[in-house]
Design a binder for this molecule. Structure first.
Ligand code: ZN
Length: 254
């Protein structure tokens, strides 16, 4: 609240809020329809279907395909200030985390401590501009919490304008594990897996710091096709994984 607004009497403030709601009605972050942060139709497109996938040597589980409505809502949430879409996105991330935990349990039956969830820390600039951590906020909406076990080394340049191999090189060495990561069993949680360079770097840093990464959970993965439904080259095709995503193994989690 601005100091000027704080000085206003409550009834007047309420009247101003009502007026603002008329002038700035809530619009769906996916399709722009009025009424709700995410409309029922778009919420349907956010229904999680956790799928196991890989980008090169990085294996992960993603709950959504980063395309269409998912892409619109996630873009609005991450870069359009639409934190009101968090509640609609959170169940998918929660489902990906649960699927990864189930896979880890199946791989190593018996009593296991609950894995620690770790997110990739935002850059100082992203923190400043957004004011929230996109994955951290979604986890909180799912009743989960990430532990801070990773830090940025500050070595990374802006990824924009870099080619494939440059991106991978640029990501390498960008993260380091904090000393308390040693000996911990962790699940890495990320928002979108594109080439996998960021998640791979996080896994490398955690393992170099003595942690055991039991799985990688992502909210969404980019589609592997390189052309969109409309026949245009897919924007993300330009930064497809150098490890040839066409050879990836994939399977639905039963
Ligand atoms: Zn909608």
């Amino acid at each position: 609240m601005t100091p000027a607004a704080r000085a206003l009497p409550t009834p007047l403030l309420d009247a101003l809020r009502d007026a603002a709601a008329v002038l700035l009605p809530v619009r769906c972050a996916g399709c722009g329809a009025g009424g709700r942060p995410v409309c029922a139709a778009c919420a349907g497109a956010l229904r999680p279907e956790p799928v196991e996938d890989a980008r090169g040597d990085l294996r992960f589980t993603a709950a959504l395909e980063y395309d269409g409505v998912v892409r619109a809502v996630l873009g609005a949430y991450k870069d359009g200030g639409r934190t009101d879409a968090a509640a609609a996105l959170a169940p998918a991330l929660g489902a990906a985390v649960a699927a990864v935990a189930a896979l880890a349990r199946a791989a190593a039956p018996g009593p296991a401590p609950r894995p620690v969830l770790v997110v990739v820390p935002s850059s100082a600039r992203a923190r400043r501009e957004r004011g929230y951590h996109p994955v951290g906020l979604l986890l909180r909406h799912s009743g989960l919490r990430a532990e801070r076990l990773l830090a940025r080394t500050g070595a990374r340049a802006d990824q924009a304008g870099l080619g494939l191999e440059e991106r991978a090189r640029n990501a390498a060495g960008a993260l380091r594990a904090l000393p308390r990561a040693r000996g911990r069993a962790v699940v890495l949680v990320d928002d979108i897996v594109t080439t996998g360079a960021t998640a791979r770097e996080a896994v490398r840093a955690l393992e170099a710091g003595g942690a055991r990464v039991t799985g990688v959970a992502a909210l969404a993965r980019t589609p592997r096709r390189t052309a969109s439904r409309h026949g245009h080259p897919h924007r993300l095709g330009a930064i497809a994984d150098p490890d040839d995503p066409r050879t990836e193994r994939s399977g639905k989690i039963p």
